[in-house]
Design a protein around this ligand. Sequence first.
Ligand code: DUC
Ligand code: ZN
Ligand code: ZN
Length: 484
Amino acid sequence: MADFDLVIRNGTVATASDVFASDVGITGGQVVALAKGLGAGAREIDATGRLVLPGGIDSHTHIAEPRPGPTANADSFTTGSASAAIGGTTTVIGFARQARGGSIAEGVAEHRARAAESRIDYSFHMILTDPRPEILTEELPRLVAEGYRSFKIFLTYEGTRISDAEALEVMATARRLGALVCIHAEHHDLIMFHTKALLAAGLPAPKHHAWAKPMLVESECVHRVCVMAEALDVPIQVFHVSGERAAEEIERAQRRGLKVWGETCTQYLVLSADDLDRPGFEGAKFVCSPAPRSTPDQAALWEMIRRGVIQNVTSDHAPTRYAGPDGKSAVGLDAPFTKIPNGIPGLAARMPILFSEGVAKGRIDLPTFVSITATHAAKLFGLAPRKGTIAIGSDADIAIWDPQKRVTITQALIGDANDHTPYEGFEVTGWPVTTLVRGVPVVEDGKVVGQPGHGQFLPRGPYEMIQPRGVFPGPFNPVDGVPA
Ligand code: DUC
Ligand code: ZN
Ligand code: ZN
């Protein structure tokens, strides 16, 4: 009679705080023992020479999100979750979107149905495109209580963006309900001004996407949303911080004591505006927003990670194929950058690139890697301590890494439904060979073995980290209309 369902034996376990030699005993999908020399498992994995790490949490992923044509999101949850697991990720947070004029509850129900085929666990942010009073006061209280505890708002993109006045109403609602607001912060009118001038000057190529959205459009808006959050005493996360000046705004807000958290993405650490200038229309494969920046910006972001200003690195996986009737090239090989759908894929590449560029190259240590890929996201989005760590009682979401394995990233390896990866040819050291979700192998020796539907929805209840501070800059609390 075995003592455990599964024992991972002889590995080196790492969490966001410790690195130690230990076996891991798993029963009923949870970690139940951590010690050397554990008794027998019904199944055993020999992890000699391997790292045993918490499975990644990618808290910013666009999987199977519908969008108006002609282009389309390439992934279903079946393919997206396979790709995530290939790269060591065991939980994704995706986006349920409100259609303008429509209901967010409908968007959530539709996305739940799509996500039911996921092989790994999942939760959602709700994209609010039309925060009418009845949405804020009737739908959101119900949905937050059901476990959808974060909102995304956009301050740019026609058809998706909301005004500053609406953003303030969303923030006030989040404060009342105990939800977290995540923000796409770019100065819309300034982007439009640049865009008009670029097109008038005959500068419509993919590389001019970055010219239309210089760092200033982001850093101004990050500053603005931090001020709004300060005035209303509302915790926020700024999504996809792309370079130094935007990160400095986050740091300034944090120094004022605000609960402002910064996320960056793999692409801002390893890609640059030069990639948008590849021959022909190839630059379209790198069009995302904010735009990739410069090599000094990449270095500044690593420094911000080391200083703890940026605590979370996601993929912002937003896959559009290049070829075919719904691909990026379908807009026309001479189309202006304004017609190219924004977004690049990156679910599988995220953790290997961060491990290789971060840990293997000595920019960050192993606990920091665990924190930025899993633990911080678990805490910030209310999934801890069940997710994001290896501890007694946590879900056995585990990626077993070969830290020496050298891999050249190719689309064939990535396993999503896209037809290209922006990281094609990128060489990494370190690769997750086996990925377990609640103790069940989803990837084994590099092969996807997990079944669609194994993934579970993760409702998120109230939690301390996103409670307001109770500190207002003046004598009045404008959210509740009472003295502060
Ligand atoms: N930017 C986003 O904000 N979302 C998806 C893709 C992108 O580039
Ligand atoms: Zn965004
Ligand atoms: Zn996004």
